[in-house]
Design a protein. Structure first.
Length: 173
């Protein structure tokens, strides 16, 4: 039958729905349903890395590029984005907006560090890239951690990708 959802207490009917969370979330939602056991096991067969992201504001301009990949094994993050190279700083009260991010094992050291320790490590490395970086000019910071952010591609990954169409009529991945 049609898929139902409840939003603000009102039932709505849909012909189809697209599930966009990680495969593990769908596996959890379907757990305990024997008719979906094979599909659920396939969903659980894909491993994921977690993500750590830091968004911060500063009065300092760092670099001239919007996107910088950091391909050094000792770097605690893999990307630095200067958002205000895309959207002008005058839209942010004259502040520069930056984003640093990394994919890491969820059970690893970095994913489970407290914000202050992460900040110390990440800002120290940022200073290696930009020697003039002054953390005292950072006016706000926001840390985010996401589980199941990036699937791990193995040599057999293609064989483990679940189908777009799930065993639930009208539900797609």
């Amino acid at each position: 039958g049609p898929l139902l959802s409840r939003s603000d207490g009102i039932a709505k009917e849909y012909d189809a729905a697209l599930f966009t969370a990680s495969n593990r979330v769908l596996a959890h939602l379907l757990s305990g349903s024997p008719q979906f056991e094979s599909f659920t096991n396939r969903l659980k067969g894909i491993d994921y890395l977690g993500a750590i992201c830091l968004a911060f504001e500063s009065s300092q301009q760092l670099g001239e590029h919007y996107w910088v990949n950091i391909n050094e094994s000792e770097s605690p993050f893999i990307v630095m984005i200067r958002h205000t190279q895309l959207i002008p700083a005058n839209r942010y009260n004259g502040k520069e907006v930056y984003y640093l991010g990394a994919y890491v094992p969820q059970d690893g050291r970095r994913f489970n560090l407290d914000d202050a320790t992460l900040e110390s490590e990440w800002f120290a490395y940022l200073k290696k890239i930009f020697p003039d970086f002054d953390k005292s000019l950072v006016t706000s910071r926001h840390w985010f951690r996401f589980r199941d952010a990036q699937h791990v591609v193995t040599t057999s990954y293609a064989d483990n990708i679940p189908p777009e169409k799930t065993p639930i009529q009208g539900l797609y991945l």
